[in-house]
Design a protein. Sequence first.
Length: 89
Amino acid sequence: MRTYTIEQYREMAARFNKMDFKKKIETIMANKDLLVLACDIGWWGVMVLDTDMHEALEAEDISFDIKNEWDHNEMEVLLNLLGLRVTGF
């Protein structure tokens, strides 16, 4: 797994949060070793796979935001088609 500093993740999150939905999905797909989609019923988010880094980012209120534009079942179908892994909270 690639490793980055918290400052690098902060910059990545800032860039990610400015992207449109399609680009965010493409970015997650290209960085499966760093990011994963997470869901809790109707809520969708993006988690950093490095749990220590994810917690450090949360402590600083830094997140990789993604807006759920479809209902839960539609998102599940989309992610299965794209071959993306989803983790639950």
